[in-house]
Design a protein around this ligand. Structure first.
Ligand code: FES
Length: 149
């Protein structure tokens, strides 16, 4: 196993064991529920916006290690970014999860590149993308729920 694969695995395990930004956000402007219909796992995303920025973001829910780690990594990364930056990040991550991207593109994503391993396992792509689809929907529409179907 390569050092990079070991590193990615460590990042996933760490964020699954100690999810960042886990919990409800009482004064959230946007609350959205995401479900992975393949397994029934759900997560709820809470976002507080301030002047076009993601001022605070948290999540609750249960899921596999990949989905919890992905939610944790996503909240850590988008907190403090502008809405446009968050949406650009969604596109980059979605591309990394669903298309063949080169190592440089993954490197640009920093710790988020730890999610790239799911590309080899189509059923896990929905686990990794659930939080990201919730993020995009929360920032672009008034919908209150999304499904990765
Ligand atoms: Fe349910 Fe991964 S198995 S979200």
């Amino acid at each position: 196993m390569s050092d990079l694969t070991d590193l990615y695995r460590e990042v996933i395990l760490d964020h699954n064991r100690q999810p960042r930004n886990f919990g409800e956000l009482d004064d959230a402007d946007r609350v959205i529920e995401g479900v992975n219909p393949l397994c029934g796992d759900r997560m709820t995303l809470y976002i507080k916006l301030d002047d076009g920025r993601v001022d605070d973001v948290r999540f609750t829910g249960t899921g596999c290690a990949i989905s919890v780690a992905s939610s944790s990594l996503m909240t850590e990364r988008v907190k403090g970014t502008t809405v446009d930056e968050s949406l650009a990040l969604f596109k980059q991550v979605h591309r990394m999860l669903t298309e063949q991207t080169d190592e440089n593109e993954c490197t640009e994503l920093g710790k988020l590149a730890a999610l790239s391993g799911v590309r080899e396992y189509p059923s896990r792509i929905k686990c990794a993308s659930l939080a990201w689809h919730a993020l995009r929907t929360a920032l672009t529409s008034d919908d209150e729920a999304i499904s990765t179907e």
